[in-house]
Write a new protein. Structure first.
Length: 349
């Protein structure tokens, strides 16, 4: 396929698979048409974060197109379920809808862990499109039990620290916050990994519980963490992402008549690029924010970049070995992800 065709085809599959999976489970068109479906939506991002706002915009658009037959109450900031409890909260019905990171429940999503690998993700739009397309294409057993509406993922992770890191030697034994794959990155690079979700990171940095964090640069503004670090090391050469689900309780989904399921499916497909663009915008604003704080921006030398790539290579190899042991198509999933990344890079000016 030519550049972009593969991703375009995969994204086209998203709406088709989602609708096929849902139609027939809900009520027939017209049946119960006057009923108002009141839903709760748990989002772990704080209310002023651009991704929380984009999630709220999604909810508002669903309400608009359903002409009020769907009404969604959004609970941002982990106020309904905490970040690491959101998936289970959706499964159990604590919330009808939820947005959080797959990585907050380690080992629960063994195939989709490939999305978080240090593959040199170029930007949030590419990561979001790829994550949604591959989740739909493979539709693994690990996400059954909830209805995945779409997936989004941040731009390439960087290293933000309280003291400058210019080399692996500088990083050795530093306490670095991470989640899921990013915690594994810290260990592979010789640091001491401290597993921690984003909502706890500001205080941990401020109090010296950790000395740095792996994160997308948007986090330094979106979660205000730029206030409590001093330098940023550009680690895009080993750029990882963190994939985030927008999921719905299966019973809540099945309770919707088919026309309302289609509205949710259509709006979700449109919001894939809206979330991806929001990540890119947030990264640009995050960089501007830390520049305004006069934080030091450090570029690794070519020699250091090569060393860092060498150190994290076993993480990818481990994923392949573990997925093969579990009988999962990890090699195929990873190859698809790498192909989509390469196509996106080739299409960039």
């Amino acid at each position: 396929m030519k550049n972009g065709q593969r991703l375009g085809w995969m994204l086209a599959v998203v709406a088709g698979l989602a609708l096929a999976a849902g139609c027939g489970k809900g009520k027939a068109d017209g049946e119960g048409a006057a009923k108002v479906h009141k839903l709760t939506y748990s989002i772990f991002f704080p209310p002023m974060h651009i991704q929380a706002k984009t999630g709220m915009d999604w909810a508002a658009e669903v309400e608009k197109r359903s002409e009020g037959r769907i009404q969604i109450t959004v609970h941002p900031g982990g106020s309904l379920t905490k970040a690491d409890q959101c998936w289970q909260g959706v499964l159990s019905g604590i919330s009808d809808l939820g947005m959080s990171c797959f990585a907050y429940t380690p080992g629960r999503f063994p195939l989709l862990e490939a999305l978080d690998l240090p593959l040199g993700w170029p930007d949030g739009l590419t990561a979001t499109r790829t994550a949604t397309a591959l989740a739909a294409k493979y539709n693994p057993a690990e996400i059954q039990g909830a209805k995945i509406l779409y997936v989004h993922a941040h731009g390439p992770g960087i290293l933000a620290t309280k003291k400058p890191v210019r080399s692996l030697a500088d990083l050795k034994n530093m306490k670095i916050r991470g989640t899921g794959l990013s915690a594994g990155l810290a260990t592979a690079l010789g640091a001491t990994a401290v597993g921690m979700p984003q909502p706890e990171t500001y205080d941990a940095l401020q109090k010296g519980v950790v000395e740095g964090t792996f994160c997308p640069i948007e986090t330094l503004k979106g979660w205000k963490q730029g206030e409590v670090i001093e330098s940023i090391t550009d680690t895009k050469a080993i750029g990882y992402t963190t994939a985030m689900f927008v999921a719905m309780n299966q019973k809540s989904w099945a309770a919707l008549p088919a026309d309302l399921q289609k509205i949710m499916t259509d709006v979700s497909a449109e919001f894939v690029d809206k979330h991806g663009a929001a990540w890119n915008q947030a990264d640009a604003e995050g960089l501007e924010f830390v520049q305004g704080l006069n934080r030091e921006l450090i570029a690794l030398s070519p020699e250091e970049e090569a060393l860092w790539k060498q150190q994290v290579a076993p993480i990818v190899e481990k994923y392949l070995a573990q997925s093969a042991e579990k009988g999962l198509p990890g090699a195929e999933f990873l190859a698809d992800a790498q192909a989509l990344i390469a196509e996106a890079r080739a299409a960039q000016p």
